[in-house]
Design a protein around this ligand. Sequence first.
Ligand SMILES: Nc1ncnc2c1ncn2[C@@H]1O[C@H](COP(=O)(O)OP(=O)(O)OP(=O)(O)O)[C@@H](O)[C@H]1O
Ligand SMILES: [Mg+2]
Length: 504
Amino acid sequence: MSVCLEIKNLTKRFPGVLANDRVNLELRDGEIHAILGENGAGKSTLVKMIYGLYQPDSGSISLHGQELHFSSPRQAIQAGIGMVHQHFMLIPALTVAENIVLGSEPGNIHYRRKENEEVIRQLSKQYHLEIDPSAKVGDLTVGLQQRVEILKVFYRKAKVLILDEPTALLTPQEVEQLIQVMERLREQGIPIVFISHKLDEVKRVSDRVTVMRAGKTVATVETAKTTPQELANLMVGREVVLQVSKPPQTAGKPVLEVQDLVVAQGHAEKVRGVSFEVRQGEIFGLAGIDGNGQFELVDAITGLLPAKSGKVVFRGNDITKANVHKRTTAGISYIPQDRHADGLVLDFELTENFVLRDFARAPFAQFGQMHRQAIEAHAERLSESFDVRPHRIHAIARNLSGGNQQKVILAREVSREPELLIAAQPTRGLDVGAIQFIHDKLLELRANGKAVLLVSLELDEIMSLSDRIGVIHDGRLMAVLPGGQATREQLGLLMTGVKLEKEG
Ligand SMILES: Nc1ncnc2c1ncn2[C@@H]1O[C@H](COP(=O)(O)OP(=O)(O)OP(=O)(O)O)[C@@H](O)[C@H]1O
Ligand SMILES: [Mg+2]
């Protein structure tokens, strides 16, 4: 197969960080080439240079033997390179066709609806990316919005597709669909660069894998000839044990009691009479397919959404009507699922982000005075123990890699030593080492008698960590099963709304 894109000795330095250090990559026509690497290894920096968002300090990028120098994505697009960003750039109020055409031809005032929709219909047929061109983007699922972004890339006549962590925001079902899309594109000869932390996805879909470590490309291997263990070793440079060891433990008194809770958003009831409790020294896992009310339930427990009826009781006190701040200071920590919207202030330093919930309290403040020293010492401690890279407490959150931004939130919420930690999708976007670390932290809270409510779309994560598993479907709790005994099949059935036969 001939080489399509060739990267040679590409180097990019940011103040204090060598983000890419003489990186080499060869993308062949019609291959899916995965890039793996720990958080902060330099993957996004590399693809941003290919797409013209960053300019390299040295080294070269060639497309079919011709060297390229981009000063903006516009030039990369003209050369035939397309990239789908992790945060979509679509306008919800416009239709699919409008987003694709207008987004690609800004200033186009002669928008012809019928003709454009027909063009998009043809295009979506050609690439097997089924979608209704007249649908409003705001009404589409995340998976379908991503499809619009991919169509936009092909409308602009891209010959190479770059996907930076495209599966991080998708549900397991949407991931399946994306994998099929990628496979069909490969059949049509389109080469794809695919960044992911999920070894199973990489294993399934890619032809070759390039591993990055600390800004360098350390190896390129054929996927069929490697193992997850070898890949993990290449990524972190040492053996990684991919398993959870959970010592047995008896749960104590209830910390959180949810009683017949109903939560509505607009006219729709998203949570319809849910009751359960989470006890001291227990990890309660909430399993479910996305969109079944689990995140509205969490928002009602943390105070972000009001309860329509029912009760939330925390350590014996009714907090149903308490505001977010009251709940936080009472001992509830929250790792939100939308980290950018709810978790970080991107333009603040890490020091400030680490104390976002507690900056007004001792030891960080007293009598209305901020204690800079205490705040900085706290930040040093957290970024050290959670391995936030680069280890610079005055860095601006926006400049951290995606995974390291996550670590900042996790460090802040876990280190508050909460009585109750609510963790929504806590390991999304993290590398294997960081996932292991977070799982250990959750188990540590459990060992210290704290309560953990884990909400995750990943059954593996729920099954390996939870003492008890609640399954939510269509706003109702279908069942609560003991963690050690629940099988994948049982949980899968419950998640789709099928009640289990009572045994015996
Ligand atoms: N605009 C920027 N300014 C300063 N430093 C940056 C900037 N962008 C990236 N970096 C730094 O470059 C390094 C590589 O970051 P990059 O985003 O490429 O990592 P990554 O491999 O994509 O990680 P992740 O898996 O967490 O997304 C990190 O140390 C990051 O802090
Ligand atoms: Mg990245």
